[in-house]
Write a protein that binds this ligand. Structure first.
Ligand SMILES: NC(=O)c1ccc[n+]([C@@H]2O[C@H](COP(=O)([O-])OP(=O)(O)OC[C@H]3O[C@@H](n4cnc5c(N)ncnc54)[C@H](O)[C@@H]3O)[C@@H](O)[C@H]2O)c1
Length: 252
């Protein structure tokens, strides 16, 4: 088969080895990209690495806690050194704290802003410089339907996803002249470690499924397919966009 996506041998950094980052790294590796996957959780890294190996692809892993600018910059520098540059970047770390606004503590706010938005800025700025110098790059961020809809008990999460959408639009605008695209995927509910406990409680799964015109929740591989396309050479004229992968959830 021809290399339609032209991802073969592309030096690729993925941060986040959870449900969506893991699925994205897997799909990119199967498309032939040389993937370096970073996460704070060694077990998640190993799960993704082994799954790729079973499928005949290789993923190199690196354990890193991204909660400071220094850690983000050090990771990007190490990745560029190991891979000989970075042409594809996927940001897929994130967390949610579900509480009514009045009950949120300062730590809740700060930890969500730090992981969801600040790491996106710190890693993205460092990766962007490398891509601009190379004159080529594909960056993809995991946003969310929560960046658009006003879900109750999602204040810090929704604020970070709305902020992320604007951050990636400015990155896209500044770096478009240099062959670098920056886009977001915005999934609805997908079952991963981020959502599993909530979906398993109090009939939440059925309630949420009933809000989706397609009548079901999404799967990680459905998000990974969009990530793969936006990371590919084929998507060179798409930039600053947030693609909703939600079975129509944001239409109603
Ligand atoms: N699952 C969904 O339904 C859904 C929907 C919309 C958006 N998203 C977004 O997609 C992204 C990935 O979500 P997911 O479902 O894969 O979540 P997940 O919980 O399965 O994975 C998140 C990963 O981030 C890692 N991580 C946490 N703190 C870290 C740190 N300090 N340094 C490095 N890594 C760290 C975790 O170890 C984990 O592997 C997030 O930004 C999330 O907001 C998910």
């Amino acid at each position: 088969m021809t290399d339609w996506l032209q991802l073969r041998e592309r030096p690729t950094l993925v941060v986040g080895a959870g449900g969506l980052g893991g699925a994205g790294a897997h799909a990119l590796a199967l498309a032939g990209a040389r993937v370096l996957l970073a996460d704070v959780d060694a077990a998640n890294l190993e799960t993704v690495r082994l799954r790729a190996k079973e499928a005949g692809a290789e993923i190199e892993t690196i354990q890193a806690d991204l909660r400071t600018p220094e850690a983000c910059r050090a990771l990007v520098a190490e990745a560029a050194e190991k891979l000989g540059g970075i042409e594809v970047f996927l940001h897929a770390v994130g967390r949610n704290v579900r509480k009514p606004l009045a009950e949120l503590g300062d730590d809740d706010w700060e930890s969500v802003v730090n992981l969801n938005l600040s790491t996106a800025y710190w890693t993205g700025q460092a990766v962007g410089k490398i891509m601009v110098e190379r004159g080529y790059g594909r960056m993809v961020y995991c946003s969310s339907v929560s960046g658009l809809l006003a879900h109750a008990h999602h204040a810090p999460y929704a604020a970070t996803k709305g902020g992320l959408n604007q951050l990636l639009r400015v990155m896209a605008r500044e770096w478009a002249p240099h062959g670098v695209t920056v886009n977001g995927v915005a999934p609805g509910y997908i079952e991963t470690n981020l959502t599993k406990a909530y979906l398993d409680k109090d009939g939440n799964r059925e309630k949420l499924e009933s809000l989706v015109p397609a009548g079901r929740l999404g799967r990680p591989d459905e998000v990974a397919d969009t990530i793969t396309y936006l990371s590919s050479d084929r998507a060179g004229f798409i930039t600053g966009q947030v693609v909703y992968i939600d079975g129509g959830r944001t239409l109603v």
